[in-house]
Design a binder for this molecule. Structure first.
Ligand code: HEM
Length: 485
């Protein structure tokens, strides 16, 4: 017994020693050793993990770029890139696959969705299939749904104002999240009047889903712990199940059905039931609703934040919208908002200054790849820190200021650099919902600014943290709202 115990002890010690030596060698030799970064990053990703849990990487990594330059090693096999060429090469030219953290974000292991698919061949199939649901013809067909949702939203704002003697203070981050959720849900097959209030249930469902995804990509084992949020709130599960069941019943009765993403997924299920299992259909729908909710609502909330804090710019936008819609009741449409220069410029500035993509896009090298003048061996997680160049003072005069005018022509002799303005990412994994999002954001922002007087509620913190998307630390963003005459 004693002999076996000693043998086991020697074996464990030898293994620990081997690992220690490998770590030391990896830290100070080999291609990654040349990459600058904090000393601790050569040995462990622990500080990065802690920062990610705290939602602080969006604030701390830019500090590392200031200290170490545009390429920083933050873990033994983790490198973050802010340089233009490196980011473009990783996302576009070499088109590296998504890293295994996306596998870990799956709600159900074994069930990939479009967002969490890491296999390039499988991606090609599902991306081609689902792209049909984002064609211009399909998106234009969504206009009545979106405008219907906005009408209900306006009724809600009007009644809030009536309740408080004509003007109200509204938590825009909450109500816009609910609105965006309903817009996605109706676009993907849901019924129309689902949410008309400042009920927090749906927002909490999405927040919970995202929080779980962050926890499980950091600690995959956590998915088995009872106190970790399931990411499957009962209201979200029920809603998705109802939407799918209603559509399946319509199909069974051979009724004419909507041509939408849900239908595309259900048709795929009929031809390929092994790949598109019932569970995958549900996960895919949940993913689309989540991807389409806090992304657009955050961007619109930030556009409002920037506008109410810059009243002169808000006036320019009001003037543009008054010219385009002289009567308060003129229909605000896709076609009429598509090319409004100042409206588009405001949305671009919101996407540039307060982007969704504020904590890097994760990829993995599969062979030795030259990125940012460094030789990156296979199996290294590389993060494209897209947001860095979007606020680089060398490219954007008054980089931290809200200047919609820079999108209307040269600003202080600089033209916008579209090669670094990539809030929807680039390459084969760019945002499939980009046009959907732009159409939705133009409609909502134009309606709010044309029909309501919007004012700053002072004393609020603009501090953000990251939980798959940026969120307000204070938990809300209030704006004063009053119907315009
Ligand atoms: C302002 C709004 C939005 C922004 C800024 C945005 C941004 C992005 C970015 C940066 C990615 C790449 C993420 C990565 O590689 O990890 C992405 C992917 C994706 N987005 Fe969006 N998004 C927005 C709205 C939407 C909407 C409305 C939908 C759906 C209706 C959507 C669906 C998706 C999907 C499915 C993917 C994964 C695509 C793939 O991996 O092939 N997004 N989005």
């Amino acid at each position: 017994m004693d002999f076996y115990f000693k043998l086991a002890l020697y074996a464990v010690s030898a293994e620990l020693f081997r690992r220690f030596v490998t770590l030391l060698i990896g830290a100070f030799t080999g291609p990654l050793a040349k990459i600058p970064g904090p000393l601790v990053g050569k040995f462990t990703t622990l500080p990065w993990l802690v920062n990610t849990i705290q939602g602080e990487t969006m604030n701390t990594i830019p500090e590392l770029f200031k200290k170490y330059g545009e390429v920083v090693r933050t873990g033994p096999k983790l490198v973050v890139f802010a340089d233009k060429a490196g980011v473009r090469k990783m996302l576009l030219e070499t088109d590296l696959p998504k890293s295994p953290i996306y596998d870990k974000m799956r709600i159900h292991q074994g069930n990939a969705t479009l967002f969490t698919e890491t296999d390039k061949a499988a991606l090609k199939v599902s991306r081609r299939l689902l792209s049909a649901g984002f064609s211009i013809a399909y998106l234009n067909g969504l206009e009545p749904h979106m405008r219907g949702c906005i009408r209900v939203f306006e009724d809600f704002l009007d009644s809030e104002c009536k309740k408080s003697n004509g003007s109200a203070v509204v938590d825009m981050s909450l109500v816009l999240s609910n609105l965006a959720f309903v817009m996605s849900a109706t676009a993907f097959g849901g019924s129309f009047n689902m949410v008309t209030s400042n009920d927090v249930t749906l927002k909490e469902s999405i927040t919970q889903l995202f929080a779980r995804q962050v926890i499980t990509f950091l600690f995959p084992i956590a998915r088995y712990l009872p106190f970790i949020p399931s990411g499957q709130s009962p209201s979200l599960i029920k809603m998705t199940e109802d939407i799918i069941a209603t559509r399946q019943a319509e199909m069974a009765q051979k009724l004419e059905v909507k041509k939408d993403i849900l239908q595309i997924i259900l048709n795929a299920q009929q031809t390929n039931p092994e790949l598109y299992t019932e569970q995958r259909v549900r996960d895919e729908m949940n993913m689309f609703m989540a991807a389409g909710t806090d992304t657009t609502s955050h961007t619109i909330t930030c556009a409002l934040l920037l506008l109410v804090n810059n009243p002169k710019k808000l006036k320019y936008l009001v003037a543009e919208l008054d010219r385009a819609f002289p009567s308060k009741n003129d229909p605000i449409t896709f076609a009429k908002t598509q090319d409004l220069p100042y409206l588009n410029a405001v949305i671009n500035e919101a996407l540039r200054l307060l982007p969704i993509i504020s904590a890097g896009v994760s990829r993995i090298t599969t062979e030795t790849t030259i990125l940012g003048n460094y030789e990156i061996p296979p199996g290294v997680e590389v993060l494209a820190w897209v947001s860095a160049k979007m606020v680089d003072p060398a490219l954007w005069p008054d980089a931290d200021d809200f200047v919609p005018e820079r999108w209307l022509g040269k600003y202080k002799s600089a033209e916008v650099d579209r090669a670094v303005f990539i809030p929807f990412s680039i390459g084969s994994r760019n945002c499939i919902g980009q046009q959907f999002a732009m159409k939705e954001m133009r409609l909502v922002l134009a309606t709010l600014v044309r029909r309501y007087e919007l004012t700053l509620v002072p004393g609020q913190s603009h501090k953000l943290f990251w939980s798959l998307v940026p969120r307000f630390r204070q938990g809300f963003y209030n704006v004063g709202v009053k119907p315009r005459m």
